[in-house]
Design a protein around this ligand. Structure first.
Ligand code: COA
Length: 375
């Protein structure tokens, strides 16, 4: 069995971003417009008026201050409230593949690798632009990688599950090195007209190069000590969009359940203990304790959740920088969040230092990856 290293990561951040102030202004313009359209029904008590959204609430409830998006104008247009991404022909590169290539080129350079060194591509994301052919195979072809590629989806845990899948294949000898990409176009599965969640998501793409530890040479690489994945069915985060939609009556209607929806409070309460226990038992099984950890790179959905998970795992309030958050600038970027945190806040650790990359989300699903900075 081979040991496995994470030898490079990359983040592609879309240029456009939306501040909470801009978001709330657009939402409130939409709400006013809808309320005036429905004025009579509201007066008769048949329709509830849409209340205003509020910047203060968003920061307090989530810690999110801004989010990057592929298209800002469509989201902020009160008549549209949805990104505008022009359709591409079958001969053009897909949007997800384009994002993936940008993140991949950074990760490959950091790893000191070229496509010739890579044997497989995994596209692990919470939504895929089409059913098939796989986005990963498109990325494979665009980079000129030999071997194989496939897409996988474990919602917000896609990246950690992807790391486990890649690491297991490298350990067993199916591949020397694997490129895993996480293009997340969350703006296209978020209902921007829903006040309860319109502030939650942003767009980004991350990439990770994993390879046999004995072949890895990149300075600053991390060895994977072990991985642990867990799932437990829940309807509290759900998106009903799927290929059976057109077989159902009423499929032409604008159905709210075809976008992301959640019971945010329940998710918060139920997922925190699941994740804290996953990390604790994973550490114990590796004969490590929380005191051995130099850093936690957690899923980036909610600052309050991360504060609680960090406190439970470490048994104390995490010190500044011990558990870096990026959600204030990126919002929830689904599977990419913990990888952005890892990519941006892992250079300063010393050889031998331990850390945990951890994601959690719909399914429920949670993944824990214990890493050690290589000598
Ligand atoms: N502006 C102003 N007020 C708002 C609002 C907004 N944009 N959205 C909701 N509110 C109001 C609600 O109407 C509610 O009012 P009420 O008390 O009069 O009924 C109040 O604020 C509290 O709403 P609630 O939804 O309970 O807020 P919360 O404190 O639970 O925060 C989340 C909401 C979504 C930020 C939080 O539950 C969360 O992040 N949960 C975890 C989600 C998660 O990680 N999901 C994973 C996704 S992959």
């Amino acid at each position: 069995m081979q040991n496995v290293a994470i030898s490079g990561t990359g983040v592609f951040t879309p240029e456009e971003s939306i501040s909470n102030a801009e978001l709330v202004e657009a939402f409130n313009a939409f709400a006013r417009r809808k309320n005036s359209e429905n004025a009579d029904a509201i007066a008769r008590g048949e329709v509830e008026p849409i209340p205003d959204s509020d910047e203060g609430f968003i920061v307090k409830a989530s810690g999110i201050e801004s989010r990057h998006v592929l298209n800002k104008s469509g989201v902020l247009d009160p008549e549209r409230m949805f990104p505008l991404l022009p359709e591409r022909s079958d001969d053009e590169l897909s949007v997800m593949a384009e994002m993936a290539l940008k993140a991949a080129s950074i990760a490959l350079e950091k790893a000191g690798r070229t496509p010739a060194d890579i044997d497989a591509v995994i596209c692990a994301a919470s939504n895929h632009e089409r059913a098939y052919p796989a986005i990963a195979i498109e990325v494979q072809q665009a980079l000129g990688i030999n071997g194989f590629a496939f897409d996988m989806n474990v919602a917000c845990s896609s990246a950690t599950f992807g790391i486990q899948a890649a690491a297991d294949m490298i350990r067993c000898g199916s591949a020397r090195a694997i490129l895993m990409v996480n293009p997340e176009i969350c703006s296209a599965h978020l209902e921007w007209r829903d006040r309860d969640c319109h502030f939650i998501f942003g767009d980004v793409c991350t990439a990770v190069v994993l390879e046999r530890a004995d072949l890895a040479t990149a300075p600053g690489r991390y060895e994977i000590v072990s991985t642990r994945c867990l799932t437990q069915f829940s309807n509290n985060i759900r998106n009903n969009n799927g290929f059976l939609r057109r077989t159902r009556e009423g499929h032409m209607q604008d159905r709210r359940d075809m976008q992301f929806r959640q019971e945010g409070r329940k998710v918060f309460k139920q997922v925190v203990p699941i994740v804290a226990e996953l990390i604790q038992t994973h550490l114990a099984d590796e004969k490590l304790s929380a005191d051995d950890l130099s850093r936690l790179w957690l899923h980036q959905a909610n600052k309050g959740m991360n504060d609680l998970i960090g406190a439970r795992v470490l048994g104390r309030t995490p010190a500044n920088g011990e558990q870096p958050n990026i959600l204030q600038d990126y919002a929830n970027t689904s599977s990419a969040g913990s990888i952005i945190a890892f990519s941006k806040y892992s250079d300063d650790l010393q050889p031998g230092d331990y850390g945990v990359i951890c994601s959690f989300g719909a399914g429920y699903s949670a993944g824990s990856v214990i890493v050690r900075k290589a000598a």
